[in-house]
Design a protein around this ligand. Structure first.
Ligand SMILES: Nc1ncnc2c1ncn2[C@@H]1O[C@H](COP(=O)(O)OP(=O)(O)OP(=O)(O)O)[C@@H](O)[C@H]1O
Ligand SMILES: [Mg+2]
Length: 439
């Protein structure tokens, strides 16, 4: 039971919310714009706010910075946009929901917000929201929770561990997190710890003194120092040598470290963000991180689900990829293939496939035949071959693709070979094999 302020310009939605709240025993106060909301906020009895972002006299996000401390706000918008969700959560929003509302879910969020209000009537003020643009595309519930986590993490200095399969966007999430954090104006320094041998990684991270080892002809500043008060992004942390994990633990504990060959104790002020695509949970038989490191790093863990677990993001990602090409759209059959495929390489693979198909396609619409065989194979073979003999089906598909490439290239064999992604002699051999003579 509590008092809820509804800030919503659409009358129908406003009244619906007020009724739903009243039926659960809450008291609802409704306003339709920012100016009235500002006045209504003076009411100290308010337990939480339901805030629409698109208001006739301004952006609801502005209100977040003006809230009385500890007053939870549930932000509601019509579309799932990464930037808005991140900014809202970073700005201290309690929850971020999208319309149309799932009413039971929304009422549960209201109940949580009211309870949190009671628990922390005197909580600290919220940080100011910061403008920014992020390229993190998606609209699935899974991505929405990733954005929320980024927003929460951006408002803190705690270490963050980002986990996800290859190509799910770990780098992009780390960069987005930095850009939305209070450290955005400081350096973002990324180190891929899998790319160098352990001996080099140590001096890469910590730096070294002159004469520390053969070839150390001058003092060198490491990446930790280079990150200053910014963000140190340790990529592929699962590959970090166990001895170095111990040194890293110290950095995580109190920021202390020394350059290789040096004895001066240095102090890091960087925020550590790490990423891995390996199993890291201690106790798991494949765990790659020492327990202490894991618990230090995973204060905040952002798990990015694989693309196959959030296929509703595919159309948006395709549209995102198309913006960088001369193609305009993807045909319905092609989209069916893209939605059916499993995407082991996740978003990276999808973006490559669309960009490559856009290069191959004859018109400005990508069709099923422009997609790589692995992606169109299951249905192409099933739909048009009545043989189950793999060799025959593959041969028929190969023949059709070669013919299509020759058509596209106007009979130019060098060009056809390029379109098919094979060498010219290989194409000649296949032309002979299939008895194709024209072109
Ligand atoms: N949600 C997304 N919206 C837009 N682009 C994305 C998204 N996720 C990933 N990408 C793009 O996909 C590519 C791969 O992403 P990224 O390099 O961040 O993946 P990763 O998880 O770090 O992969 P790896 O484990 O192989 O290092 C990049 O070009 C990135 O910009
Ligand atoms: Mg990466």
């Amino acid at each position: 039971m509590g008092k809820v302020l509804i800030v919503e310009d659409e009358r129908r939605v406003r009244d619906g919310l007020a009724r739903a709240l009243a039926s659960r025993g809450h008291e609802a106060v409704s306003v339709a714009n920012l100016a009235d909301a500002r006045r209504a906020l003076a009411d100290a009895a308010l337990g939480c706010v339901l805030l629409d972002l698109h208001l006739p006299d301004g952006d609801g996000l502005d209100l977040l910075t003006e809230l009385p401390a500890g007053l939870p706000v549930i932000v509601a918008t019509a579309s799932a946009e990464s930037d808005r969700a991140i900014l809202a959560m970073r700005g201290g929003a309690f929850e971020y929901v999208t319309k149309p509302f799932d009413l039971p879910e929304l009422m549960a969020a209201v109940a949580r917000a009211l309870r949190s209000r009671e628990l922390s009537r005197d909580a600290a003020g919220v940080p100011a929201a910061r403008a920014g643009t992020s390229a993190l595309v998606g609209g699935s519930a899974a991505m929405l929770s990733v954005w929320k986590l980024i927003g929460r993490a951006a408002a803190s200095d705690a270490p963050v561990l980002i986990v996800g399969e290859t190509g799910t966007g770990k780098d992009l999430v780390a960069q987005t997190l930095h850009n939305h954090s209070a450290r955005a104006a400081e350096p973002f320094v990324a180190v891929n710890v899998a790319s160098l041998p352990p001996t080099l990684i140590e001096s890469e991270l910590m730096g070294h003194e002159k004469g520390a080892f053969t070839g150390a002809i001058a003092r060198r500043i490491g990446r930790i120092e280079a990150a200053g008060k910014g963000t140190l992004f340790l990529d592929e942390i699962g590959d970090l040598d166990p001895q170095l994990q111990a040194k890293l633990l110290r950095v995580l504990q109190d920021g202390g470290f020394e350059r290789v060959g040096g004895s001066e104790r240095l102090q890091s002020h960087a925020r550590v963000v790490a990423a891995t695509n390996k199993v890291v949970q201690p106790g798991h038989r494949d765990a790659v991180l020492r327990e202490e490191i894991y618990y230090r790093l995973a204060v905040l863990e952002i798990a990015i689900p694989p693309l196959r677990a959030r296929k509703s993001d595919i159309p948006m990602l395709v549209a995102h990829a198309l913006r960088r090409t001369r193609a305009r759209a993807v045909s319905e059959p092609a989209m069916q293939h893209l939605l059916a495929y499993d995407w082991p390489g996740n978003v990276r693979e999808l973006l490559h496939v669309v960009e490559r198909a856009a290069l191959l396609c004859a018109s400005d619409v990508i069709d099923a035949a422009d997609l790589p065989p692995a992606i169109q194979a299951p249905t192409v073979a099933a739909a048009s071959e009545d043989t189950l003999v793999l060799r025959d089906a593959v041969a028929a598909l190969e023949r059709r693709l070669i013919e299509r490439a020759l058509e596209r290239s106007g009979g130019n064999r060098a060009e056809a070979a390029r379109l098919l992604g094979i060498a010219r002699p290989q194409l000649y051999a296949k032309l002979a094999e299939h008895g194709i003579t024209r072109g």
